[in-house]
Design a protein around this ligand. Sequence first.
Ligand code: C2E
Ligand code: CA
Ligand code: CA
Length: 555
Amino acid sequence: MDKNKRKILIVEDEFVNREILKNILKDDYEIFEAGDGETALELLNSKKNSLSLILLDLFLPKLSGLEILNTIQSNTELNNIPVIVLTSDKELEVQCLQYGASDFISKPYPDSSIIKARINRVVELFEDRQTIKSTERDALTRLYTKEYFYKYVADEDKLNPNINMDAIAVGIRSFHAIKERFGSSFSDSLLIRFSKRIKKLMPNIFGMVCHLEADTFIIYSRHVDDYESLLKELSIDIFVDKEKKTPIKVQMGIYQNVDKNIDIDVRFDRAKTALNKIRDSVVKNYFIFDDKLKEKELFEEELIESFQTAIDEKQFVAFYQPKFNIQGDTPKLVSAEALVRWKHPQKGLISPGIFIPLFEEKGLIQQLDLYVWKEAASQMRKWQEKYHKHVPVSVNVSRIDLFDPTLVETLLDIVKENGLESKDLLLEITESACTSDVNAIIEKTSALREAGFKIEMDDFGTGYSSLSMINKLPLDALKIDMIFIRNAFSSESDNKMIKIIIDIASYLKVPTIAEGVENKEQVAVLKELGCEIIQGYYFSKPVPNEEFVPFLIAE
Ligand code: C2E
Ligand code: CA
Ligand code: CA
C-alpha cells in the first residue's frame, strides 16, 4: 500500500454504495470503511490524526449520520477533518452544511468525475487550511503571529463594535539580562511557560494574545479594570532563575478603551510606547498611554513625514566633537566624531537622541547614515585641502547598516570619491549591535577591517556582548560608555567598572576612549587609570565645522 496516499473514511451502510465510492477513489486514496455509526466512531478515534476526509451517509442503523456529525463538530481533535455528506434528501443537505459539513454529494451518485473533483477540492482546501494554521502560530510559543492576530482583532471589532477594548503590550523586566545570565535555552523555556500563562488568562478578560518578538507580547482584550491583579496573575510561579528564588516581573503598557477608527498597528504602537516608557524600571509596573505620549506620537509622525524633504534640502548637519590623546604632557588632537543634528525649519535644532531611535525603528536610519558619512568625508577633504591637516573622523554605524551586503563597497566608494583613504574614516559600532547574529557581525566587521577601515566599539559596557565575542571582533578602540564616567564621579565614586574596561582593552591591545568627560578631575583620574583618549565637554561640545577649525589649526 502506498504510504503517502491520503486517507478517507467512508461511512455508509449499503455495501453496493461503498463499493461504488471505493472504486472511484481507490487509485488516489487509501480507504477505510464503516458500515454503521459505532464502527465509524471507533475508526475516527484511532485514525483521527491521519484522515483527510470523511464521507458520511446520513441514514445509518443505530447511530444516525447527523449524530455522528455532531460528535465530530464538538470534538476539537476531530472537528478540523472535513466531512462530505452523502444524501438523497435535499433539505438535509442544507442542514448538514449548517452542522459543519464541508460539502454534500447527492444520491443517486453523479458521474464519477464529478465525485472525484468535489472530493479533491475539499481535501485541498483542508490542506491549505492546515498550512495556514501552521503560520498562524509562532513556532516557539504557539501563540498567534502578528499577521493573524491583527486579522482576528479586526474580526473582533466587526463582531462587537460597541464593546470597550484595551490594547496592551506586555514585557518581562530585564529579560535581556536573564538571557545573558542563564542562556538562551533557559530564556526560551521561560517564554514558553509565560506564554502558557498568558494564554490561560485570556478567557478571563475576553482577550487574545500574540507573541511579537523576544519578550514582547500584545493583548487585545475587553477593558480591564484592575491592571495590578492582571499583572500579579501573569507572574505567579514563574521564576527567572533555576533555583526558583526570584519571580519574574511583568510590565505592561496600555492603550485603554481604544479608538476603533485608529489603525490596529497604531493602537499597539501606543501600547508599546507606554511600555517603553517604563521598560526595566524597578518602581513602575504599568503605564497608560496618555495625552503627553499622544503629543509625542504626533511629533514623531511629523518628523517621519518631513524626513525626505529634510534629506533633499540638506537640513541634517554634521557637528564635530574632538577626541584628544591625554597620555603625553599636552593633549593631542587625534580625531573627531561626526554627530548629526537636524536644523528643522519650524522646530529648530533637534537632537539625535530624539530622531535616531525613531529612524531606526521606521527603517530610515540607513539613508541618514549614508548622508552623514558623505558629509563627514567631504568635510575631511575640505580640511585637508584648505589647512593641510589630516585628522580622521569617526562616524556612527547602525546595526541595520551592518546587514547591508553593499556596506563595504559603499564606504569604499565614499572615501575614494573624496580622495581619502579607508583609514581616515573610523567606524563607531555600538556594542548593543553585537548581541545577536554574532557570526554575521564578526564577518562584516572583519570585511570592513580588511578594506582598511578602523573600528571603534561604542557605548562599551552597556551592550551585554560576551568577552569571547569581543575577542573575535577585530577592533581598534573601545569607547567606555558615558554612564561609567558619571558613576565613577558620583557621590559613591566607584571607578571599578572603568578599571575593568581599561583592563579588557589592554588585554585586546587596543586603546580606550572615554566619552562624556566634563572636568579636570575626571581627566586626571582617567589619565592615571591608563585611559588614552578623551572626548567630552571638557575639551569641547560637538561644534559646526567652522568652529572645529581652531582645533585643527592648533594641532
Ligand atoms: P554617541 O555616539 O554615544 O555620542 C555621544 C553623545 O554624547 C553625543 O550626543 C554627544 O553630544 C554627547 N556628549 C559628548 N560629550 C559629552 C559630555 O561631556 N557630556 C555630556 N552630557 N554629553 C556629551 P548626541 O550628539 O546627542 O548623540 C546622541 C546619540 O545619537 C549618539 O550617541 C549616537 O548614538 C547617535 N547619533 C548621532 N549622530 C548619529 C549618526 O549620524 N548616525 C547614527 N546612526 N547615530 C547617530
Ligand atoms: Ca558614537
Ligand atoms: Ca557612545
